[in-house]
Design a binder for this molecule. Structure first.
Ligand code: SF4
Length: 121
């Protein structure tokens, strides 16, 4: 099962992400080998974010994409069209809101999401 994690951080300027070290969040998840790759994007809901997702989705081997950023319902709405156009099943997108969290809280929230997605399979 191939899994990837994206962090999206509202351009890095939003106060909601100031309480955490985003690189340490990614480092922890990759050091523990909980996913096959990690990445960060400053603004997935911008046009170039759609392009980034479409390029990533062209890898049809991806079984799960975790996106940590804003509200899961917002994510589902914003990325639905791109996923559909790319032929990526939106059911393989797992979202978690990490705004206003500390580094450890964000790590724990992402780990919970990954654990939950595996137990749903
Ligand atoms: S997708 Fe969400 S977290 Fe990313 S820039 Fe847009 S509003 Fe911010």
């Amino acid at each position: 099962m191939k899994k990837g994690l994206l962090l999206c951080v509202c351009q890095g300027t939003c106060p909601s992400f100031k309480g955490m070290d985003i690189f340490e969040v990614l480092n922890t998840i990759r050091r523990e080998k909980l996913v096959d790759f990690v990445s960060i994007h400053p603004q997935l809901c911008a046009d170039d974010g759609d392009g980034f997702l479409a390029t990533l989705m062209s890898n049809r081997d991806l079984d799960a994409l975790f996106i940590a950023g804003c509200d899961p319902r917002m994510q589902q709405k914003m990325f639905k069209d791109t996923f559909n156009e790319a032929g990526f099943d939106p059911q393989k997108h797992f979202a978690v809101d990490i705004r206003n969290m500390t580094t450890q809280q964000a790590i724990d929230a992402i780990k919970d999401l990954i654990k939950k997605s595996v137990s749903e399979k």
